[in-house]
Structures are given as C-alpha cells and as structure tokens.
Design a protein around this ligand. Structure first.
Ligand code: URA
Length: 232
C-alpha cells in the first residue's frame, strides 16, 4: 500500500493531509524518515507518525438490505447510491461486492478487504446467489429443465451455468444462480419468454440476509459469516 494511503487510513485523515505530513518528514517507516508519498509500505513495516505507531484499522465487512431505487455504485453524479445509507467516515472506505440493479432489493455486501471481495465476485468462484423473483406470466412447464441445461442469453454465445428453481406459486419463484452476468436473472426469464416484475436477493454463498434488517438498514458481519459467504 502507498504510504499516503496508509497514513490516511491509519490516522483517519484525508489523503492530501497525509501527503503534507509525509512531505514534511513527520512519517517514518521502520525507523527511516520517508518523504515520498508513493513509497510502498511492506506488510511487516512499522509506520510512525511523529514518533507514534500507526496501525491500519481492522477490515470492515457489512451486509446491507438494499432498498429499491438506489444505485449499487460508490459514486454517481446524478443519483443516490447505497453508500448514502452509511455514515460518511465508513462509506469512504468501502467498495461493493457485486451489484444489484436499481430496481432489485436485498442482500448487498460491502467491504474494504479487496481479497475477500475478489474471492466472492471472481467469475471463476461460482458462489451461488439466491433470489426471490416475481414474474409477469405463469412460469413455463419446462423452465426447470431449461434452466438446468443452461440458457443462451441475448447477444451472448456462452450458455448460462445450470441454475436451480423452486416454484412458490405460478408467478413467484426462488432461483439460485452461480454467476453474475449483467442483469442475469431478468435476462434468464426473458429467455424463457417471461418478465421479472420484482427481484430480491436473499443469500450469497452460505450467508442469508438478516431478517431483522429493514430495507436501508445494515450491520457488520460476524467472522463466521465472512467465511460462510465463501462456503468455508
Ligand atoms: N440479476 C438481475 O437481473 N438483476 C440483479 O440485480 C441481480 C441479478
């Protein structure tokens, strides 16, 4: 990690304030004064600010019940994003682990641990995600078979990976997919000649949205929940 980023995160100050402190020679790394803000801090380095040891804050792992109508993005010029639901001092640290459409609700994960989010979102990982979907039309009789076989989505050559489906009523289903293509669930039902009218994510890997979280609410994950997402 760059030294200015380290100092900013560890001391809870802005990057520009951190750069000023580094340039003024107030920061040392493993006993040596360093004035280069881009200096790469090794994992085992001892960083001190004016002689006091600095340590990075513990990584954050959050689940949020995304309400309808907010964008899954960290910034947007015109529209409100899910980060507006969090205190600014936390929001600035976090990135989203995958996205939900503006008109999808449910389980969204946020963290500042890039390795963890990569293990969840990397296409090679195939972490299952379960959604509750409302449909415009009664579901076709062969939907389960077609989803299990893989569907070819519009403008895509590669069929989808097998997905599982549970019918809750004629027009309500629970679907589990192990990929994260753009608008994937909506496009899968479009390929089946149907249309999704509501979509809510219930779980990612072995982690289910806390039923105690109303739309817009969030909480930190417990260590065992961080592992459960990965199926560990
Ligand atoms: N699939 C979709 O179509 N939309 C989402 O938000 C998530 C999965």
């Amino acid at each position: 990690m760059r030294l200015d980023r380290f100092v900013s995160q560890a001391a809870g100050i802005s990057r520009s304030q951190a750069r000023v402190l580094v340039r003024r020679g107030r920061v040392s790394v493993s006993g040596e004064r360093v004035r280069d803000a881009a200096f790469a801090v090794a994992d085992d380095a001892r960083v001190e600010l004016e002689g006091r040891p600095l340590a990075l804050p513990q990584p954050l792992y959050l689940m949020l019940n995304k309400p309808l109508g907010l964008l899954s993005a960290t910034t947007d010029a015109g529209q409100a994003t899910v980060l507006s639901l969090l205190p600014p001092e936390i929001a600035t640290r976090l990135h989203l682990v995958g996205r939900l459409d503006k008109d999808t609700s449910g389980l969204l994960l946020l963290t500042d641990d890039g390795a963890w989010s990569h293990r969840i979102s990397a296409p090679s990982q195939h972490i299952p995600k379960t959604y509750l979907a409302g449909l415009a039309e009664p579901l076709a009789a062969d939907a389960e078979l077609r989803l299990a076989a893989g569907l070819t989505l519009r403008n895509e050559a590669q069929p989808t990976r097998p997905a599982t489906l549970r019918r809750l009523s004629d027009t309500e289903v629970r679907i589990t997919i192990a990929e994260g293509r753009y608008h994937q669930v909506r496009r899968m039902f479009a390929a089946l000649g149907n249309r999704v009218t509501s979509l809510h994510r219930e779980s990612v890997g072995g982690l289910t949205l806390d039923p105690g979280l109303a739309p817009g609410q969030w909480r930190a994950l417990r260590p065992e929940e961080c592992l459960a997402v990965l199926g560990d």
